[in-house]
Design a protein around this ligand. Structure first.
Ligand code: SF4
Ligand code: F3S
Length: 152
């Protein structure tokens, strides 16, 4: 894996969202989209998604905040309204709330690549070998692709 992507994980591992004040410009702009009290919460996609990429999740998201990489999806943390409906849709439990322990590093990965990858709102055909990648360890370190998917 390229060193710069490992750096994203390392940085994200110690990542904590700074407290936002109602007067901050970003809070004011987001307030129109979701309540101020939920600004700091989101859901994330973790490495269980890599090479499985089932895409059931995109069908249910009310705000279309999934973004497509070559072999996984991510959630844009500033667009997610924290509704939680996507979490039970994923067959490999790749979607978690950012309130769960241990998801900090995935928050950084989701935030970083959601800025670079195209939006996806409709399910496509999953990879033919998706089943064999379920539950495989170290998928981010060994299989992650920073390349974008094709989007919608
Ligand atoms: Fe979309 Fe809701 Fe899942 Fe966020 S929690 S990604 S808004 S379905
Ligand atoms: Fe990935 Fe699960 Fe969605 S495998 S594409 S997070 S349904």
């Amino acid at each position: 894996m390229p060193r710069r992507y490992m750096k994203i994980l390392d940085e994200a591992a110690g990542h904590e969202r700074p407290a936002l004040r109602p007067s901050d410009p970003c809070v004011r702009s987001k307030a129109a989209k979701k309540p101020v009290q939920s600004v700091q919460m989101t859901y994330i996609v973790n490495d269980n998604c890599i090479k499985c990429k089932y895409m059931d999740c995109v069908e249910v998201c009310p705000v279309d905040c999934f973004y497509e990489g070559e072999n996984m999806l991510v959630i844009h943390p500033d667009e997610c309204i924290d509704c939680g409906v996507c979490e039970p849709e994923c067959p490999v439990e790749a979607i978690k709330p950012d309130t769960e322990p241990g998801v900090e590093k995935w928050l950084g990965v989701n935030a970083e690549f959601a800025k670079m990858w195209p939006n996806i709102t409709a399910k496509k055909t999953p990879p033919a070998d998706a089943k064999q990648w379920e539950g495989v360890a170290n998928k981010f370190e060994e299989q992650f692709s920073p390349n974008p998917g094709t989007g919608d």
